[in-house]
Structures are given as C-alpha cells and as structure tokens.
Design a protein. Sequence first.
Length: 476
Amino acid sequence: MAENVMVHKRSFRSGGGNPSSSFKTGMSSSGYVWNALTKMQKTILARTTGTATPTSYRTFSSSSLAVTTRRSSSIPKLRQQRTLVRRRRQYSTETIHQNPLVLGGPRAVKQVTYWLVGGCAWVFSMVVIGGMTRLTRSGLSMTDWKFQYEHPPLTLEDWEREFDKYKQSPEYQKTNIGMTLEEYKFIYWMEYGHRMWGRVLGIYFAAPLAYFSYKGYMTSKLMKRLGVFFVLGATQGMIGWWMVKSGLKQTEEQKFEVPRVSPYRLAAHLAGAFTIYTGMVWTTLNVMNPVSPAQLPTAAESLISATKKLRKAAHPLAGLIGLTAISGAYVAGMDAGRAYNTFPLMNGKIVPDEYLKDWESKGWRNFFENTAAVQFNHRVLALTTLVSVSAVHAMFRGNSALSSQSKFYINALMGITVAQVGLGITALLYHVPVELGSAHQANALLLFTVILNLMHSARKPKKLVFVKDLWAHKPA
C-alpha cells in the first residue's frame, strides 16, 4: 500500500507525451508517488476518447524511474498532450500529503510535529535537571517516594518532619551534619522539582495524545510507538527511586565512604533516559521527514553511494558516543570527576598506578568501582570519540555527492564534539562546578541528538514497486 501520496506544486512543460517527462520530483518529504496523476490520466483518456483505459507497467527504485506505456488505441498525440497539460495545470496549485505516521493532511502533521518536538525538549530538560540535582547533592534529600502526586511541605511543621527523616539518612550523618533547615529546603526543592517535572511531562504527553487520537490523526503504528514511550517514562520514575534507595542505605563496603547512589543504578537510569529520548527524536524525525534525500525518486547514483558509505560510518560512531555518555554515569556515580584534576596526565602518569588497585578484591568490578579506572576509561573513550568524529568529518566533508542535510550534520557533529571535549577537560580542571558539569552533560545529549539526525538523513534507499496504482515498499 502507499505510504505517501503527494501531488506537488510544479511547473509543467507543454511538450512530451510521457507523463513522467513533465515532472520533477524531490521537492517534499515523500516525492515518489504518482498515483493521483496516473488515475487522473486514465480518467481523462477514457472520457475524451471513449476507449479502454491504457495499461501501464511501471518499475520504480530510489535510483531510477522507468515508465513503459502500452496503448491499445490510436489517439491523436496532440489532443492527448493538450488534455493532460490542461488538467495538470489545474492540479499544479494543490498539495495532497499523506504522512506514513500521521493522518489528516499537512495541518495535522504540523500540529503533531510541534507536540513531539516539545516532548523531546522536555525529556532533554529532564536529563539536564537530573544532572544538576546530582551535582548539587540534592538527590537524597527526599527519603520516600510515591507513584502519584507528592504534596510538598508548606508549613513549618511539615518541613521539620521532612528534615527529621533526612537526618536519619547516611548522607546527613556523614557529610551534612549541622545543616540548617533553610539549607535543607534548597536541596529538597531541587529533588522535588525534578520529580514533579517528570510527572508534568506525563500530562503533557497524555492530554494531546488523547486529542489527536480523537481527531483521527494517529496511525496505529505511531500509537504503538507512543504507547511504548509512555510505559518507559513511567518505568523511568521507578528506576529513579530504585537508584535513590541505594544511597539511603549503605552496605559494609560503603560504611566509611561518602554516601552516594549505586553507579550501576545511576548508569541504568541515564541509559533509560537516553533510550526514551532516542526513540522520541527518531519518531519526530520520521514525522517531519518520512523520506531521506537518498530515497527520493530522482536521487542520483552518486548520492545513494555516498549515503550508504556515510551510513556505515555513522552507526558505529553513534554507538561509541552512547557508550562514552554511559561511562560518564560511572564517573558521576563515583564522584571521579573530583579526583585526578589534571590533564592529560593522572598523578603524573598516562595510566595511573591505582588503575588496577581493586582487581584482586573486586575483579571486573574494579573497572566500574575504582575511581582511577572509571575516570581513565572515560578519558580514553572521549578521546577515541574525538578522533573517530574527526576521521568521519575529514572523510565526508568534501563529498559533493552528499545531501545538504548530511553535510550540515557532519560539520555540526565535529564542532559539538570539540566543544564537548573542551567542556569535559575544563570541568575536570576546576573540580566539576555545577555550571560546567551541567553544561557538559547537556552538550553530551546535544551531541547524541546530532548523530541521530545524521543517521536519519543517511537512511538507506528502499526498493519500490508499482502495484494496482499504488507505490508499495518492497523489502530489499
């Protein structure tokens, strides 16, 4: 079945009897569907001549368009051409757009796009606020959790009750002894704001979804995706509390250490946020741009070849960027950024002496629970990412065959990667102040956003076939 149907605003030439000779495709997000024109042509010929509808055999791919028409009647070519040109001009000012994920025309697509973009921005802000909560050491200020709305303390009695709960926690007893009620209010509001911001996101997500469903804008495919995101969002809140609980009780191994949440649970929480964000960004891009430049019917062989090469490089690069970001969660969980505050050496050496100090007692856990190992691994991954991005940039920046979209994201990827490494080094040298630490985490998510856009612009071409007047996707 057709995934996209579109008749664009076009300029027509008066000559040529072949319908395909009068059109230039590639102006929109789909651009490769000719159903409306084909049906219109058959209707015109039948009404004008009273003859049977001509039979057309069409084959279509992203790299070529071949049209072969066998006519069973002898119609004067000039009369046929004039009739077709007149009717084509009639439709030249109209646009018919059927998005594969959204129904209801361009207006519906626009509304859903704005909503999805807002949701992506909201999830982005959730990650940044979560980082600020951790950097201000506010994450353990609330010692209980409710799935539903949590009413904040408003009276002095309420505040004292919450403060008394916090005084029983290891964090207060070991690091915040003597904290005043006013100081406690600051860290409480930070954590409370982070939790409530996530709950309001659920309302922002559910209310417009119900409206768009009522209007009939949503396809079943899009509804399934959004349903998965909603469930993952609810699960993310429970994972967050599971993470916080690990800092409210200390094991024997943590008995004399500064109280902190489990780095494994922190990494799981961050990975969950990245998963939701990735799915939402990709879905938003699919709604905005259902077809990549290499999938357009007029795409040249050089564009398709260059896009395939870029795609092979972009996918492993995205995996490396994601792995580097997750390794940063272990740096945050171990407070490793406040140690070895020199660059490029660590205690005067490239590989610190303490890199394997816990290997005998902890085994493989040494690489995730040893401050020296955690920070060194993050440094290596960050520099590897910088070298890899630089190599991809040098390889493709001068490739004239690539689309303008891909070129833009390649250059943006290079610039943001350099900025990310610079922010990381600066934050390390200044012992990770809140401002620099938050900027480093926000820029990491921005970098991941750019690589997602690059991958989306480099989607591989799909083979299409013409079946019963409908362009249908054929599995490659």
